[in-house]
Design a protein around this ligand. Sequence first.
Ligand code: HAS
Length: 563
Amino acid sequence: MGTASDDAIELDAATRQVILLLLIIPTILLILGIYHGLLQTLYRAGIIQSSSVLGLDYYQGLTLHGVVNALVFTTYFEVAFGYAVMAYFLRCRMHAGVTWLAFALMLIGTLLAAGAILSGAASVLYTFYPPLRASPVFYIGATLLVVGSWIPFLQWIAAYLAWRRAHAGEPTPLAVVGMLATFTVWLMATLPLAYEVIVLLIPWSLGLTSTVDVVLARTLFWFFGHPLVYFWLLPAYVMFYVMLPKLAGGKLYSDAAGRLAFMLFIVLSCPVGLHHQFADPGLSAGYKWLHGGLTFLVAIPSFMTAFTLAASLEYAARRRGGGGLFAWWAKLPWFDADRYLFAYFLAGLILFLFGGITGIINASVSMNNLVHNTSWIPGHFHTTVGGPVFLSFIGMTLFLITQLTGKPLRLPRLNLWVPYLWLCGVSVFSTGLSVAGLLGEPRRTNLGLSYANPGSPLFQPAWQIWAHLGAVGGIIMTLAMLAFFCVFFATLFGRRVAAPALALPAADAYREESLALVRNFTPWVVTAIVLLVIAYAPPIYSVVTGPSQPVPAFEPSSPVPAG
Ligand code: HAS
């Protein structure tokens, strides 16, 4: 796997170079993100008992960890993957100048935001939480990154419409449907974020306004923040629906289920953000319940995915001679170094079983009271964005690099260790954090200075063992990433053996299905907008017109207002 096949295509120079840059730059930045992840576990286990390491403060490191891993790496990867999917399945060419413009905006934005964080002027975490205030450079950088990522979507819509005109009556390739759904969610989600940043945060950080409306800013952020998680998840679902059954040696059990799942995500990804704000004052309980209820609905396309993928895997395993009620699992290519993507995908899916269960617990208003703002939450999201999303993205990064450079994958046996070691590390890590969270351990707190420090009056001995388990998991995750980086750099600096060409694995459907309902995006987008208005217009109106509580700026290191 990774070498060109018969139906491989040659990409134009600009698309190939931009995809490679979009893959290589954030993967190198991941070194910084992963390092700060490891430091987090050491601070929180009380192994580090200071407010900074090597001149970088705890909250500066936490901001870097979240921004690099969750915002920069994911956005770059998704744009790169989107270009590859469109070029391969639609056989289209993008305008080189526009492609480079998108890349340039994303890169300039990233450099500005990274510079602001590294200089200590933007320790506001990946959620930008006011009243923590960053330098305007950070907000401007983040805006450029987002605007840069909109441009490819416009290019893909044009390519898709042209393809439809030329292929009237043919079903759109499932991967294309998935990536267009991903970026439709992204566009809907980033508009309120743009309002928050441009209207509230940039003027405030420039000193044009002296206070900020925290409830409004948080509501706008979570309007963006929950669809953001499906923006991360959907490209992984594209890989699972389109590629996984093929890698397993079988077929996709239901192509229509995949299409329906993507359309349901367009409708349900956005009107659920208040489930991050169950504990926030200033928002009506009724709307919190509505968003909670809709959150249960948005789990349905994931349940559909679980069943469709399990059936596809079973079909593949039985085709390979598997039998019994469960024994067929053994016939899947778990340890086939040539099909390493299978291992990356399956390890992620196993983690997502736990990510899904913990997500549904979070969504229940009453149970959320127990876990909100505790370390349970990072326990949840390392089995979602840190599970199926991260593993499929880094696996696909290797795959695309081998194809687009013509260099074969180096260290294939070591590469097989990466997903399983990561699976093991995240399992241990998330168990530690989840149990500690249930005991009350807070998230986003330097425990080494307080609850995990025997010298502090706040010391909590009951949390210690779980915090240490978290650190053990974090160390295993770091080892997995060290192995990954060995494979990545060995491949990148290896010798080219073939001409660059792109061939993405794509499974056939198990049977012909034609579901008229999912052939057109328009009704789904319209339904999404109507639902958004119902779910968000009243709460935002009540926040804007209600008793506003403007708040001055704060620094994470001090409980009194900055300046
Ligand atoms: Fe979440 C908080 C609810 C999914 C990420 N979530 C977060 C945060 C992040 C995040 C980053 O309702 C923290 C934000 C912050 O910093 O404050 N989440 C849910 C629900 C789902 C869910 C209901 N989350 C995700 C995904 C994420 C993600 C996906 C990233 C990609 N989440 C919440 C809530 C909060 C929250 C509350 C706020 C908590 C608070 O108080 O702050 C659902 O979409 C989950 C549905 C998933 C499933 C699982 C399907 C299983 C599959 C695997 C099949 C496996 C196979 C292989 C076939 C129903 C598809 C089997 C193989 C074998 C060998 C067995």
